[in-house]
Design a protein. Structure first.
Ligand SMILES: [Zn+2]
Length: 256
């Protein structure tokens, strides 16, 4: 039998890869049909946080950030499950399509041959380093494979200053933490100027990140901005003083 180092290496990588579903942990599969269904639960839909912060762009999302969807996103982002990118790109692609259908300006630009730039929400440099890639950018590129001439993924948004971890902050604190923090990279200004743009993020919670991304783009001269996310957190309403209901707000890891 001929020596096939490449095949041997692939076999080894396969053995080393987690053979458990990224959502429910079922053995023998990386992504099971039940989890795929959970992530498409309800289908793409328009979503607005409550309360809705000023400047929140029209936003479409795939599902509620809980249960299987939550474990899949957490594992994908920080649990070493980058192999879930293709699985998560499927529902994101459906959300992108719904956003385009819902925005006449974006549809018109696409009808004219584009481009409609797609911009991943910025990640703190340390997180990107730790993950070895900008995870949301990789997700967007995978979701738009074959369409990137008209829907180019532009890594044009970055944090212009340090911000605190958004986890644990309330809506007002998140807004203040991020205010003015997102900037358009100088190299990307010409690509977004006058163009309808789409911001992509994994999870939307209070909307502070999407507001900030949209503000930065409009300041740089972009056309109308819409946003898409894989999932949206449904926050419980603030507890009334007489209530005895307890429990932490459901918060995604990292910023929202
Ligand atoms: Zn599963």
């Amino acid at each position: 039998m001929p020596w096939r180092p490449g095949q041997d290496l692939l076999d080894l990588l396969e053995l080393a890869a987690p053979a458990a579903c990224g959502g429910c942990g079922e053995a023998g599969t990386r992504w099971c049909p039940a989890c795929a269904d959970a992530l498409a639960d309800g289908g793409p839909r328009r979503w607005t946080p409550t309360p809705c912060p000023p400047g929140f762009p029209p936003t479409w999302t795939g599902t509620a950030y809980r249960d299987l969807a939550r474990s899949a996103v957490v594992g994908w982002k920080d649990g070493g499950r980058a192999d879930l990118t293709p699985a998560l790109a499927v529902p994101l692609r459906a959300v992108l399509a719904a956003a385009l259908d819902g925005s006449p300006e974006h549809l018109a630009a696409l009808g004219g041959g584009g481009p409609v730039p797609v911009l991943p929400a910025p990640s703190a440099r340390a997180s990107t380093r730790a993950r070895g890639e900008h995870r949301v950018e990789a997700l967007a590129r995978t979701a738009l494979r074959g369409r990137r001439s008209v829907l180019p993924v532009v890594d044009g948004l970055r944090l212009g200053r340090r911000v605190a971890d958004q986890a644990g902050l309330d809506a007002g604190q998140r807004r203040r933490n991020l205010a003015g923090a997102v900037v358009v990279r100088p190299t990307a200004v010409a690509r977004v100027e006058g163009a309808p743009c789409i911001v992509v993020d994994d999870v939307v919670t209070t909307g502070a990140t999407l507001v900030e991304c949209a503000r930065a783009l409009v300041t740089a001269g972009a056309g109308p901005v819409v946003a898409v996310t894989l999932a949206a957190t449904h926050r419980r309403p603030p507890r009334a003083p007489s209530s005895t209901v307890r429990g932490p707000l459901s918060e995604p890891s990292g910023r929202d």
